[in-house]
Ligand binder design. Structure first.
Ligand SMILES: [Ca+2]
Length: 633
């Protein structure tokens, strides 16, 4: 009864998809399970399909420890419930008495917190997700005094919603909560209406309950010298029928979640790894796919993987998705279907906006841009595994139209090279765009890769005329990139301003796109390596900064103006391999794996000098590329 619909759907697809990459090791420790990933450093929990996450340890914000904030992706930028199931002991004036966290442990399936309430109580709480977005908390509480102790549990809906109500609910001695909010979509799509009902239940009787429109609380009196097990349940309306069973056997429900996580981890390709820390990070990265997966809904005709549920909320981003796919296809049967789902939701979006969209959300498609070609490349990597021509036939037109669209819409100076800047590039705030849109090295390398891969795809589909056309186009693009962007003096490729023709001389890893695309000559590659291995430019302690360390615009903690981004490293590693620089590729790979593993969870980007993780935590493409690079060793 606790299974997730999406996993059932995938199980049904098992028979339809051929097997993926087989296990590559006989290590008896593998696969790691939820319990092996225990850590005191992770502070959020979610599960596939939950559309929410909770912060599991917030005492560092000066709040009582058994106080959970629930964030919903329907309300980005703030909690929807704050708190959701807080357990406190009211002291003088009703203020919670001081508490002490004695122990904290996170696992992918649950978090455990041991707390002392002054000299009155000791409590140990286990909390975790169950079913489709339900939360279960089991608190074992022991009185340290002969007098009765008043215990309060409470929660509150964010005042930022349009309307809400809370009322006592006759069954399970809890509450019924409703929340309504109109979510305004960008890009002229109609607003989505968020209208949800939740139920809170408990095993306790004799509660004194109190509600307002936005708050709910209940008082329980624990007799002196006694102990009790308090079970709290928070479920969406769809799970109301399960409340009785969940409250009677909450640990069975949590065990079911554990099995779901462990089943998912068991599908991961077994890595060849000896050190415990990297092994934990590898399986943690696999867990993140589970954490960041959301149900099919709205424009999502299938389950999607969001870049970071706890930071970006819902939505699928184009180039993020491609990086996710390179890891997913190493996850065996489940992964290949999910990988196809990520491409299909974007190619279906392309039929709405005329080219591949930057993002697809539950109620909207963002028609801005992102790397062309990366999805075509990802699709061909999937094809290598399962030889599914029907899949290629289904996506080919969207991908082909996307390539044509660039030349019709993004070449203002008609020189056969396309232009972009900012968010379109994915390098949102890079100094590469400080003077506006450029004829861009990466964009034109991506278009070239796209044309090469589209030629392969067309040939497989028997579209020989298309294949010839793509091959000719690719040759033209290659020649133009070489003749337009190379700077013999500095020994690297630079973007060029489309109006003034000026080379935008800021040294960044973008020059290595020409190696990844196999456009650079071997002599040019040799010159570029000098920049890569120079500690004053790109070979910092944790390479590579996305802006050279000696550039005046280099800011090591500032988003796309200096930090190390793992996807840039990986593209560069692939380029190095193609030109025979295997040792250097290995060094950059090991440095990249090191900076990821030295932080508790994969981050969006890293300080290139200290290695400190910055930006979104549980960042999916960093986790995905950790998996990919471990398996490339
Ligand atoms: Ca142009």
């Amino acid at each position: 009864m606790f299974e997730i619909v999406f996993f059932l759907a995938i199980l049904l697809l098992l028979a339809l998809t051929p097997s993926g990459v087989e296990a590559s090791t006989n290590d008896t420790r593998l696969p790691l399970k939820s319990q092996d990933l225990a850590s005191p450093h992770v502070q959020t929990l979610s599960m596939a399909g939950a559309h929410s996450y909770i912060m599991t340890k917030v005492d560092y914000l000066g709040l009582p420890p058994m106080f959970y904030r629930q964030f919903s992706d329907w309300q980005p930028g703030g909690p929807l419930f704050d708190p959701i199931l807080a357990l406190t002991v009211p002291g003088e004036g009703g203020h919670p008495i001081q508490t002490q966290v004695k122990a904290y442990e996170w696992r992918p399936d649950r978090a455990k917190l041991t707390v002392g309430y002054g000299n009155l109580l000791e409590g140990e709480q286990v909390i975790g997700y169950v079913g489709d977005g339900g939360i279960v908390a089991v608190i074992k509480i022991r009185s340290l005094t002969d007098d009765p102790v008043t215990i309060k549990f409470s929660g509150a809906v964010s005042p930022k919603v349009d309307s809400s109500s809370a009322e006592p609910y006759t069954e399970r001695h809890g509450f019924r909560i409703t929340v309504q909010k109109l979510v305004h979509n960008a890009w002229n799509y109609p607003p989505s209406k968020f209208d949800q009902e939740w139920f809170i239940g408990t095993n306790l009787t004799g509660l004194v309950r109190d509600t307002t429109k936005q708050t709910y609380s209940a008082i329980y009196r624990l007799p002196g010298g006694s102990q009790a097990e308090i079970r709290l349940l928070f479920v969406p309306g769809e799970m109301k029928a399960q409340m009785r069973d969940l409250l009677e056997e909450p640990m069975l429900a949590l065990d079911s979640t554990t099995r779901e996580v462990d089943d998912w981890l068991s599908t991961a390709r077994k890595p060849r790894l000896s050190d415990e820390h990297s092994l934990k990070m590898y399986y943690n990265a696999w867990y993140q796919f589970w954490y960041n997966t959301e149900h099919a809904e709205g424009f999502w005709s299938r389950p999607i993987i969001t870049p970071s549920k706890s930071y970006y909320g819902r939505g699928v981003w184009l180039w993020d998705s491609a990086f996710h796919i390179f890891a997913l296809i190493q996850g065996g049967k489940h992964g290949i279907q999910l990988a196809k789902d990520q491409i299909l939701v974007l190619t279906e979006g392309a039929k709405i906006v005329g080219h591949l969209p930057r993002e697809v959300w539950v109620g909207a498609v963002n028609p801005e841009l992102q790397a062309p070609g990366i999805l075509t490349w990802a699709a061909m990597e999937i094809y290598k595994l399962d030889k599914d021509k029907d899949f290629l036939a289904r996506i080919y037109d969207s991908l082909a139209n996307n390539n044509h669209w660039y030349y019709e819409n993004k070449d203002s100076n008609h020189n056969g090279l396309c232009e972009w800047a900012g968010g379109d590039s994915g390098w949102d705030t890079s100094p590469r765009w400080d003077k506006g849109e450029v004829d861009a090295v990466d964009l034109n390398c991506w278009l070239y890769v796209d044309q090469v891969k589209l030629a392969e795809m067309a040939r497989i589909l028997g579209r020989e005329d298309d294949a010839r056309e793509w091959t000719e186009k690719a040759e033209k693009t290659k020649t133009l990139v070489r003749s337009t962007f190379w700077d013999e003096q500095d020994g690297c490729y630079y973007d060029r301003h489309p109006k003034t023709g000026e080379l935008i001389k800021v040294k960044t890893p973008v020059t290595f796109w020409t190696m990844f695309a196999e456009i650079a000559t071997p002599e040019q590659a040799k010159r570029m390596i000098e920049i890569l291995t120079d500690p004053s430019i790109l070979w910092t302690k944790y390479p590579m900064p996305c802006v050279g360390a000696n550039e005046p615009t280099h800011e090591p903690n500032n988003y796309w103006r200096g930090p190390t981004w793992i996807n840039l490293n990986w593209i560069t590693i692939l380029g190095l391999e193609k030109y025979g620089y295997h040792d250097l590729a290995k060094s950059l790979r090991e440095k990249s794996l090191e900076v990821i593993a030295m932080n508790p969870v994969p981050h969006e980007y890293y300080n290139p000098h200290t290695g400190k993780g910055i930006g979104a935590p549980n960042y999916m493409w960093t986790g995905a590329l950790f998996i990919v690079m471990i398996n490339e060793r």
